[in-house]
Design a protein. Structure first.
Length: 608
């Protein structure tokens, strides 16, 4: 059965990848690639029985997140470069146990007067619900066409370092451990020539030698001096002139850098098989052990082509199995315009599934992992086929109500500001979509029940998940286009418990990135054990970075009966009878070395 299905998918892919490029019109996104499911059923009004037990509130303004993200023209774009936007990171840069926020920023074609250039921003958590901008003091006030961000301790010194992708360059910032950073890009061997358009990134110890390597996706080989403009095609989207591409433009090649263990990296993309993958136009990057063999694999959401799943061959090389594995195309075997990507075991069968956000006119994708990295598109079966009007970017599995089952949030916003001229579109600024896990393999949309923080219109791009106020539930930070960030605080009314785990590697990389965690619980009065899995992960979503602490909602369980950690080195640590509602730090081979509890009802800024 498996081989037959794979042959069928392979045959579909042969025809699907012959893209219909008819003249210069092909430089705009061809709508014929979208799923044939074009309708969007009307959403029923919320009922009293639909209460989530969760309140979402946008507290960005009162929290002090006052830095505007600047990216391209606000009403009209000349090049595709002006459309992609930026990622964001929940990032404890100073190791104080409280999540700080790093916002990537962009640029404009006309440039800026000296002293007025937009920069990325680092906001330090004041531990009272507010943040302070410490960008300048930290040495991070750099400018450019910023894209993605990922975090990892590449030199194993105990301080998480920062990597940023740009159009034209990479930047690696070494965390000095004193609140400051040093640009070490050149001495680390990460300067790129000629310039490239890099997007998603992730630190990953692909060869399990204890040092974090680095994977970087690349979008388009774009030279603004020769790039087509909307009028040259003309490049059209539903009759409106828009930026040209990506079809018709040369796609970028992804990069894998090997960590040499001495603070430097070597480009091993060709030798590792990365450049031989199907597809191009890479955006979101996701690392996870999809076949449960103990070695990290790499998934890339590609725009307008089949996505790539690089399977780790355990010998320093990868092979792209995305199409054969069933995780690269739409249910009808067509390429999609993938943006963001997330991993999670939403049905708790012990396999990590894939969520991928896509272009308007299509659904988002849910690939259910059947085992051994063999996937089935379960988008419609799981109830995620109800929305096709929105253009999705940042996305993630997250347990919003701590019931032990992963829910889904997707951030939306159109790629073309010119769509404001069209009544057929959902607008440039769009609402988010929120799905609750029904615990039976299906989800229900509960966007309206999420309140105004979810339904408010925004031209969203990257988003990250993490507990910035340490109250035990997962919050969301969102980067937007030419606007201010959103900080969506989650407040839980349900009597559900949780546990967070921070990992420190010894034989493995210091961050513990790639460690597989299994959390086993039993609720009072229940006989059956409940198992959840997750991994410590760098990068993910759309060009963003989630909290490196692994979060498990425990429902009514008051104790974790067993926590099993399989480290990248192969070491397995098993911990038992851990009380709920605390953050624990686990050191490889040593067990729990620190526990932290926080007041259940902290002082929080008002909703006004």
């Amino acid at each position: 059965m498996l081989l037959s299905r794979r042959r069928f998918l392979r045959s579909l892919s042969r025809s699907a990848l012959v893209l219909p490029l008819e003249g210069v019109l092909a430089m705009a996104r061809p709508l014929s690639w979208r799923s044939f499911h074009a309708g969007t059923p009307a959403q029923p009004p919320a009922r009293a029985s639909d209460e989530l037990g969760v309140t979402f509130t946008d507290v960005a303004r009162q929290a002090g997140l006052n830095a505007k993200t600047v990216f391209g023209g606000e009403h009209k774009n000349k090049y595709l470069l002006e459309t992609t936007g930026c990622g964001v990171a929940f990032y404890d840069y100073d190791n104080d146990g409280w999540l700080d926020i790093f916002l990537v920023n962009g640029w404009r074609l006309e440039g800026f007067a000296p002293g007025e250039e937009p920069t990325c921003h680092l906001f330090k958590n004041n531990r009272d619900g507010t943040f302070t901008d410490v960008t300048v003091e930290a040495g991070l006030a750099a400018s450019g066409w910023g894209q993605g961000v990922c975090v990892g301790d590449y030199d194993n010194d105990g301080h998480e370092d920062l990597f940023i992708t740009y159009y034209g360059k990479h930047v690696l910032y070494h965390n000095n451990g004193d609140g400051t950073f040093t640009d070490v890009t050149a001495q680390a061997g990460l300067a790129i020539e000629p310039p490239r358009w890099s997007t998603g990134c992730a630190f990953v110890d692909y060869d399990r030698d204890g040092y974090l390597d680095l994977f970087v996706a690349n979008y388009i080989e774009l030279d603004l001096a020769t790039a087509p403009v909307p009028e040259s095609g003309p490049c059209l989207y539903k009759g409106v002139l828009v930026a040209c591409g990506p079809p018709g433009l040369a796609g970028g090649k992804n990069i894998l850098y090997h960590n040499n263990g001495d603070g430097t990296f070597t480009d091993v993309s060709e030798a590792a098989g990365i450049t031989q993958a199907n597809g191009t136009y890479g955006l979101g990057v996701l690392t996870a052990d999809f076949d449960n063999d103990g070695w990290p694999d790499i998934y890339v959401a590609n725009d307008s082509t089949a996505s790539a799943l690089y399977r780790n061959q355990k010998d320093g090389t990868f092979i792209d199995v995305g199409i054969i594995a069933g995780a690269a195309l739409s249910p009808d075997g067509k390429p999609q315009a993938g943006m963001g990507v997330s991993a999670g075991d939403y049905n708790r069968d012990g396999n990590l599934d894939i969520l991928k956000s896509n272009f308007a006119g299509d659904t988002d994708s849910l690939y259910r992992n059947l085992g051994e990295a063999n996937f089935e598109d379960s988008t419609f079966a799981a109830g995620l086929g109800v929305n096709t009007r929105f253009l999705a970017w940042g996305c993630g599995f997250f347990d919003m109500d701590n019931d032990g089952w992963l829910d889904i949030l997707i951030c939306n916003g159109h790629v073309y500001p010119e769509v404001e001229q069209l009544r057929t579109e959902a607008g440039y600024a769009q609402r988010k979509t929120l799905y609750r896990n029904l615990r039976n393999g299906r989800f229900e949309e509960v966007t309206r029940q999420g309140g105004t923080a979810i339904t408010a219109l925004a031209a969203a791009r990257g988003c990250a998940f993490g507990d910035f106020d340490n109250d035990g539930d997962l919050d969301i930070v969102v980067n937007t286009m030419n606007g201010y960030p959103q900080l969506i605080r989650c407040d839980l009314a349900l009597d559900h418990n949780w546990i967070k785990v921070r990992t420190i590697g010894t034989k493995s990389n210091r961050s513990g990135i790639g460690a597989r965690l299994k959390c086993v619980t039993r609720a009072p009065g229940e006989e059956d054990l409940q198992e959840q899995i997750d991994e410590v992960r760098s990068g993910g979503g759309y060009l963003s970075q989630n909290d490196l602490r692994v979060h498990f909602g425990l429902g009514k369980a008051e104790t974790v009966e067993r926590l099993e950690i399989r480290w990248p080195s192969g070491q397995v640590d098993t911990l038992k009878n851990i009380p709920a509602n605390q953050v624990i730090t686990v050191k490889e081979g040593k067990g729990i070395v620190r526990t932290e509890t926080f007041p259940a009802a902290q002082e929080k800024p008002s909703k006004e």
